[in-house]
Design a protein around this ligand. Sequence first.
Ligand SMILES: Cc1cc2nc3c(=O)[nH]c(=O)nc-3n(C[C@H](O)[C@H](O)[C@H](O)COP(=O)(O)OP(=O)(O)OC[C@H]3O[C@@H](n4cnc5c(N)ncnc54)[C@H](O)[C@@H]3O)c2cc1C
Length: 469
Amino acid sequence: MGSECYQNRLDREHRARGSLGPLPCREGELLQSLAFIGRHIGEGNMAEAVAADLDADLNNLVMSEEVEPLYAAVKKFIAEDVEPNTPAYFDAAFEHGDRWSLSPRQEDILAGLKDKAKANGLWNFFLPDAETGEGLKNLDYAYIAAELGKNPIASECLNCSAPDTGNMEVLERYGTPEQKEKWLKPLLEGEIRSAYAMTEPNLASSDAKQIATQARLDGDEWVLNGEKFYISGAGDKRCKIMITMVQTNPAAPPHRQQSQILVPTDNPGVQIIEPMTVFGRDDAPHGHMHLKFNDARVPKENILLGEGRGFEISQGRLGPGRIHHCMRSVGQAERALDLMVRRGMSREAFGKPLVQLGKNLELVSRARIEIEAMRLMVLKAAKAMDVLGNREARIWVHMCKAMIPERTCQIIDQAIQMHGAAGVSQWTPLAGMYTGQRTLRIADGPDEVHHLVVGRAELRRYDENFGRS
Ligand SMILES: Cc1cc2nc3c(=O)[nH]c(=O)nc-3n(C[C@H](O)[C@H](O)[C@H](O)COP(=O)(O)OP(=O)(O)OC[C@H]3O[C@@H](n4cnc5c(N)ncnc54)[C@H](O)[C@@H]3O)c2cc1C
């Protein structure tokens, strides 16, 4: 970039491309407005300097110095404590005869790992700028989450697992002091777990404006009626609270009809119907539950932020939740490539190592190139969240969610192929990783919806009213 300031670059692009700005999002709009205001009030230099600073800051993707030792400690903890305990943890599943709770041996293993992580300060990294003082910047957390993604229980050991991280961030940002005391505190301590209940079986839930579960105020209580499915984590007995998206006012404008309400899972009006399966597995004890609200009554104060503000919260919640998934996915892609290379180099056919047959070397090369591209995307999105805020940075998050699960899924698929039959077996983690990433292309919004948002933002650089009805 040299010494050329942001506005000069912008003007150069304008000249080259007609009247178009360089960035398909509010970041571009923000920088342009700063420069515009500056030019028109005679303070061009100041505005340019601010814009250039912001631009430089957004592109500075280096981990903070103070986080470097934490990052090293997380890697060490995963290698020396979590990895050696992972096989025993899964072997101990269901040995007590109940599929919907951890076995005593699993509880012991997890408690030991959590205590050690907490004692070493490896805890709640995901919560940026929290009042409680916990959490790292999104950028720093991105580096750590990619490491967590390589092991199936590492995130929980550090109290950084889905869907709790997104839910805790909602409670931290929008919860009342009472809500925080009752739900956020035990979640931050890792004592309970939570779920997010939005999707409904009888309507296309990727268009959240359609959500039809009703909540009506009756005196001092909300009364909920409706049906949800694929509510992840609601099967686990440790799950005590669900953030539930409901329709509170069908007569309001489309984006003001919905609200989010806290519903305890032991509410007598909550009926668990069955676990939904994912590629034939019920993911017990976590579970993706099909459930009904039958006149489920909760106190009026259980609403988050206020009536009609459900979409506002979604914009705040889904960003962090989605980017955390993408951060862990980068780690999964890295793990898949590692397994692919080790297998390809250690097994021979037709007189050569597998990795040298056909186009396998190119597959390895493509995987490495794309992992590095995905990592940069995720770091950039995380930095945008730190610098611009979740709302302004959301286009970057949509870009990541559109790209990363799809590409990670392909890399895992190629790693499976390199393993032959063993790739789909219980001998490697690849089959589970594949189904996880494949479902991530649907969960938290299907790929197409993210492409819709990114594509629409791109077209709005040409016609600012594109797609607005
Ligand atoms: C393993 C798993 C875990 C989940 N966990 C949760 C959870 O914890 N909480 C929760 O509330 N939900 C959860 N979900 C549900 C998930 O978020 C929804 O399935 C998702 O939002 C899509 O909604 P839908 O299934 O109703 O699909 P639909 O909305 O019916 O969409 C079906 C398909 O239509 C196409 N489509 C939709 N919109 C567009 C568009 N604009 N352009 C082009 N094509 C489009 C896409 O191909 C899409 O896949 C989970 C799902 C899975 C599989």
